[in-house]
Every structure is written in structure tokens, then in C-alpha cells.
Design a protein around this ligand. Structure first.
Ligand code: PRX
Length: 647
């Protein structure tokens, strides 16, 4: 548990420049709970509304029905793009694009350029027949056109469903089918670390399983791809001659803005649905306070737009604040391990937001890579996606932040739409490894398994007691699943799936998932998904997948596999199974460890004892707990022997 020695003071400069001091935080936080309507109505003033909302909070967690600003009308694209141009800021830089290859030219896109590009993309989508309410799948590399496509959908009232470019054709097909999307926007190929990613070819394979009306293809690498006559259209051709005017569609605050698929403990990934008004207010407000952004600063979030971090903190949050956001196509270690720092120096980045897994990987390569670059422009650092271990926090702070720049360790989820727990740079001192304090309007509760809410210093299951504007409203097409997943464990509360402790100073420390979700390099994955992929292989009879501690990735993927009678494990089969899972889900799901076993530990009623499998994978043999209820207790010793042998 934290003691005083663990505090890291926020620098005087951060306090002096702060948008929100500690006293202001305390007052605003108190007000956000006591007068939620007044507080959020005021934040909402920062957006342009076609009709200002008179109803602010309107929600219940039991039964589950969540609305915010429900009688308001707006278009988020107007607030993120057009109004800045209308207000005379058309020349301000909206996006800086840094390509994968450092020798290629960077691009600067002003707000006026952005408006033109979004209008062009929006009218092209209209030409293809896309209408308000339609779902459009976006499977793009990290290029500005990915953001244009998202904003273009928002502009015409279509619902975007962005799929991370690392997902497989199977994963694309499943998502296209689930949300009945008739359109896909993609590129010929992506580029990452000098390698070409066959995006269009993946879409083609997905479309052997599902069909769509049309595919819009951006020419990016110029690589050779197949175009299907009548179905596939080159963006540069179809956009030729489209009108340069496209009014923003007036949207109800509760009209859907996007669907984003994310993993849970059971079943297929679910399409988390976010709506327009609340999400806009939440991303605008959190970005403004957490990053304390000032006009002219360069802000860089290294996430991919395929994840929620990219949605909220590359596209919507920054643009709603008229920020300059950097989009990076590449990877941290190409052409060398100093790429992040080279980009920070080149573009004079002021605010840098990345994931612990990247920090750990770069830390391993040594601080020399950091020292080669002038990082004096950096004034604030951020971390997101998984718990950051204090050692990585210190390295980040000392080397990247020169021991000066504060770090915001932001805890949140796809379902929360934006940041929920974090310190604010000018308001709070930091504790390495702790996310810090709740953002305005957020009431975290630590709950015991039996539902008892713990007070003060405690550890339990992290729930959120009240709704907030950015909260997901449903699972697309399956509201029961939404209710079941998030509101049935502790009725009347939103259950996050995370474990957490609160220390004597009211700081929150996320301890990781308490369900069957694992976090691999900041990518969220359901162990059930990997199991389903493995058992699809003709030689596999059964599989159980758990997470285990991994130095760089945070968690690695440990797979216990039972083969069909007569099959023998060998190196070839191991390689084949790894490849198999990559094909089914994508490279991010590649098993780190395959453990072949003739049987899995099961209770007499046939339930796999995952607790034991987790402990063995973690090499925690002394704390296996009660194994007497197992149908065959002997299997545990055999599993331990193998684990010791292959550790
Ligand atoms: O376990 C928590 C972890 O990531 C999960 C959410 O994953 P996802 O929906 O993919 O969103 C990731 C980006 C917001 C959470 O349930 N997580 C996220 N941020 C942190 C974190 N764990 C600890 N500290 C964080 N800062």
C-alpha cells in the first residue's frame, strides 16, 4: 500500500499554468455530484448545438436506460471541424501526419483542409448510397483518411464501426455481419515498420463470407490489389467531381455515433454503442481538463484509431478542442528504437500519450535512444490501456519527461467513452502505479463479491455508481447482453470487470481484470475467443486460455491444449496452432505459450478449474487452493511438472 515516500510532486510550472488547481478540482468535483445537471449543462456549452438540451441527466441503472442531453440536437462533426473554420481558425493545424517511413514527407492538415476533406469523403459515401443511420465499416491504416472517414460518417449521420487494421478477415466478417454493415472503407495496403499490411486483400477474404453493397478503397501504398467490378471503388475516382458542399445532418443527442467491438469474458466481441451528445461532451471535457490543452500545442496519442483511445483522444476529443493532433502511421521501433523520440523532437510535441507496453519495450532498449533527442518541448505525459508498473513509470518520468513533466495515468474503457480516473496535471501530485482520482461526475465504488460496498481504504471490484455522459448506451442489437454484462453482477451499478484498491489518500490503484478478459500489450482480449479459435483446429479437442505475467506485454497468452485421441504434439503443430489463431483473430492474439496436456483439471460436474490453470501459468504453485473437488487431482501434478519444464 502506498506510503508518503511514493508521492511524486507535480512541478510548480504545472501548478502555475493549471486550468484546474487542487482547490478547483475539489470544488468542481463536489459540484459535479451535487448539481450534476448544472455542471454538465455548463460543459455542454462548449459545443455548438442546433437545439440546446433542456434535459441533462436522464438515466437509470435498474432498469437500465441511459440518456443524456436527450432533447438536444447537434452534429459532432460540426463542433469538431466546421465551427473552428467559421470562427476564423481555418488556418490552425488540425492534424499532423507522420508516415511510417521517416524519409517520406509529413503532412499538415489545417481545419479548413479537414473540412474540405471530410465534405469530400461524406459526399463520396453518399454517392455510394450511404444514408443516415447506416453502419459503415472502416478498416484503415493510421492515415488521416481514417479520421476523415469517421468524421464523414458523423457528418451524414451514418454510424461508423472501425476495425483495427491488425484484425483478420474472419474478425472483419464477424463484425460486418453483426452490425449489418453494407459499406466498407479501406485502403489498398497499410504500412507498419516497413511491412505492408494487406488490408484490401483481407477485406476480399472477409467478403467471401459476408456481402456488402460497396467497398471504398484509398490508394495508399499503390500496391497491387484486386478490384471487384461494381462492388469496389477507388476513392480518388469516385470522389472526383463530388460537390464541395455537404451540410451536417442534424442529429438527436441520443442518435448513435459509433459502434466499437470489444472483448468480454464470454462469447464473441460485442458492439459497444456510443451516442452523439453525451460522448461529445465527455470527450471534449476530459480532453480539456486531463491534457490541459492550450492553443498551438502539439498533442500526440500513439494509439490506433481502431481502438477507443484513437476514437476519443486522436479524433473527437482533440478536434472538439481545436487541438493539433499528431497521427503516426508507424511503430515505436522502426527504423530504430528512438522513433517515438525522433517524432517528438521533429514536431515539437508538447503532450505525449502512450501505453505502458510501449514504454516497457523502449525501456528495455535503454535510455540512450531517448537521450539522442531534444525532448524539451514535452510538458505532459500520459499512459493508458493497462496498469503501469512503477519501474516503467519512473523511467518514463525521468528519461522522457526529464524528471519534470507530470504523468497522467488514465484509467478508462471502451464502454466508458473517455477517461474516468486520473490525476489532473496541475491539481494532483502523483503516485507511480496509481491512476489517481475520479474525474468530474464519477463515483467509483469498491464492492465485495457479495455486493457489500467498501468504504475508505479498501480493495474490491470496481463499480461506478452513477451514469456519466460518455457511457455506452447498449450493445448493438443485444440490449439484454448489455444489461447482463455490466449491470447484473451488482444491480444498480455499472460493473467494470476490473479489480481496484483505494488508498488512504483516496487514490485508486487498478489491479487488473477480475473476469476472463486479459490485457495483452494493452489490447483487450477474451480468453474465450482464443479458446474458440483453438478448438476450431481439427486436431484440437479442448483448450483453456489464461493470462500470465509478461515483462513487456503486461500479460501473455497461455494456452492449455488437449489434442484429439491419436494426435501427438510436436514443434510443427505448435507453429501451426499459433498461425491458426493469428488467422482466426489476428496477430495480437498469437499464443505466447502452448501447453499440451492429455486432460484439463475439471470438477466432477465437468467445469474447468481456471483458477488452478491461472496459478500454474503464473508459476504460483504454492497457492493452488483446494484441489480435492477435482475429478482427477493427479492432473495438477502433471501440469506443474510440464510448466516447470517449459518455464
Ligand atoms: O483493465 C482495464 C485496462 O484496460 C481495460 C479497458 O480496455 P479497453 O476497453 O480496450 O480500453 C483501453 C483504453 C481505454 C480496463 O478494464 N486499463 C485501461 N487503462 C488502464 C487500465 N488498467 C490500469 N490502468 C490504466 N490506466
Amino acid at each position: 500500500m502506498a506510503d508518503q515516500a511514493e508521492w511524486v510532486k507535480r512541478p510548480e510550472a504545472a501548478i502555475a499554468a493549471a486550468r484546474c488547481t487542487e482547490t478547483e478540482y475539489d470544488a468542481l468535483y463536489a459540484r459535479s455530484l451535487k448539481d450534476a445537471d448544472g455542471f454538465w449543462a455548463e460543459q455542454a456549452e462548449r459545443l455548438d448545438w442546433i437545439a440546446k438540451p433542456s434535459t441533462i441527466a436522464d438515466w437509470s441503472f435498474d432498469p437500465v436506460a441511459i440518456k443524456w442531453f436527450s432533447d438536444g440536437r447537434l452534429n459532432i462533426c460540426h463542433s469538431a471541424v466546421d465551427r473552428h473554420v467559421e470562427n476564423g481558425h481555418g488556418d490552425a493545424i488540425a492534424l499532423i501526419f507522420e508516415p511510417d517511413d521517416p524519409k517520406s514527407d509529413a503532412r499538415q492538415i489545417t481545419y479548413a483542409d479537414l473540412q474540405r476533406e471530410v465534405v469530400k469523403m461524406a459526399n463520396t459515401l453518399k454517392t455510394m448510397g450511404v444514408e443516415k443511420g447506416d453502419r459503415v465499416t472502416i478498416y484503415m491504416p493510421m492515415v488521416p483518411e481514417g479520421a476523415f472517414a469517421m468524421l464523414a460518417c458523423a457528418r451524414i449521420g451514418a454510424v461508423h464501426s472501425v476495425i483495427f487494421g491488425g484484425f483478420s478477415p474472419e474478425a472483419i466478417a464477424g463484425r460486418v455481419e453483426d452490425c449489418e454493415s453494407d459499406w466498407i472503407v479501406t485502403a489498398d495496403e497499410g504500412l507498419r515498420g516497413g511491412k505492408r499490411i494487406p488490408l484490401k486483400a483481407n477485406v476480399d477474404k472477409a467478403l467471401e463470407k459476408v456481402s456488402v453493397k460497396a467497398v471504398l478503397v484509398l490508394r495508399h501504398t499503390g500496391g497491387d490489389i484486386a478490384m471487384s467490378e461494381g462492388r469496389d471503388h477507388w476513392y480518388h475516382e469516385l470522389s472526383e467531381g463530388v460537390s464541395d458542399s455537404c451540410p451536417c445532418e442534424p442529429m438527436d443527442a441520443e442518435d448513435p455515433l459509433f459502434i466499437l467491438y470489444t472483448s468480454g469474458s464470454t462469447g464473441k466481441p460485442k458492439g459497444v454503442l456510443h451516442t452523439t451528445g453525451g460522448y461529445a461532451v465527455w470527450t471534449e471535457t476530459t480532453f480539456r481538463y486531463v491534457f490541459d490543452y492550450r492553443p498551438g500545442e502539439v498533442y500526440w496519442c500513439t494509439a490506433d484509431i481502431g481502438w477507443v483511445t484513437g476514437h476519443s483522444y486522436i479524433v473527437y476529443g482533440p478536434l472538439l478542442n481545436r487541438a493539433t493532433a499528431l497521427m503516426f502511421e508507424g511503430v515505436p521501433n522502426y527504423p530504430d528504437h528512438d522513433r517515438f523520440w525522433a517524432v517528438c523532437e521533429k514536431h515539437r510535441v508538447n503532450i505525449f500519450y502512450t501505453a505502458p507496453t510501449a514504454i516497457r519495450a523502449l525501456m528495455r532498449e535503454g535510455a540512450g535512444h531517448v537521450a539522442k533527442h531534444d525532448l524539451s518541448s514535452l510538458r505532459l505525459l500520459g499512459s493508458v490501456g493497462e496498469p503501469i508498473n512503477p519501474e516503467a513509470w519512473r523511467w518514463y518520468h525521468d528519461h522522457v519527461g526529464r524528471g519534470e513533466a507530470p504523468i497522467v495515468d488514465t484509467w478508462w474503457q471502451t464502454e466508458t467513452g473517455g477517461i474516468m480516473i486520473t490525476t489532473l496535471p496541475g491539481a494532483h501530485d502523483m503516485k507511480p502505479g496509481s491512476a489517481g482520482k475520479p474525474f468530474f461526475g464519477i463515483v467509483p465504488e469498491l464492492v465485495e463479491n457479495d455486493g457489500v460496498v467498501l468504504e475508505g481504504k479498501a480493495e474490491g471490484n470496481l463499480c461506478i455508481a452513477r451514469s456519466w455522459p460518455g457511457q455506452a448506451r447498449t450493445v448493438y442489437g443485444d440490449h439484454d447482453r448489455f444489461v447482463q454484462t455490466y449491470f447484473s453482477t451488482y444491480p444498480g451499478k455499472y460493473f467494470t470487470g476490473d479489480g481496484c484498491r483505494r488508498d488512504e489518500d483516496g487514490y485508486y490503484w487498478i489491479t487488473g481484470r477480475v473476469d476472463d478478459v486479459i490485457n495483452v500489450s494493452g489490447h483487450r482480449m477474451g480468453t474465450a475467443e482464443v479458446e474458440s479459435a483453438l478448438v476450431l483446429h481439427p486436431k484440437v479437442s479442448e483448450a483453456a486460455v489464461v493470462g500470465y505475467p509478461h515483462d513487456i506485454k503486461g500479460q501473455g497468452i497461455y494456452c492449455y491444449v488437449t489434442l484429439n485421441a491419436g494426435e501427438e504434439p510436436d514443434g510443427d503443430l505448435e507453429a501451426e496452432l499459433r498461425q491458426w489463431v493469428r488467422k482466426e483473430i489476428g496477430p495480437i492474439a498469437t499464443p505466447d505459450h502452448l501447453h499440451f496436456t492429455p486432460a484439463l483439471p475439471k470438477t466432477r460436474s465437468g467445469k474447468i478449474m481456471r483458477r488452478i490453470l491461472r496459478k500454474i501459468a503464473e508459476q504460483e504453485y504454492g497457492s493452488l487452493g483446494d484441489t480435492s473437488t477435482l475429478a482427477d487431482p493427479g492432473i495438477v501434478d502433471a501440469l506443474i511438472e510440464t510448466r516447470k519444464g517449459n518455464a
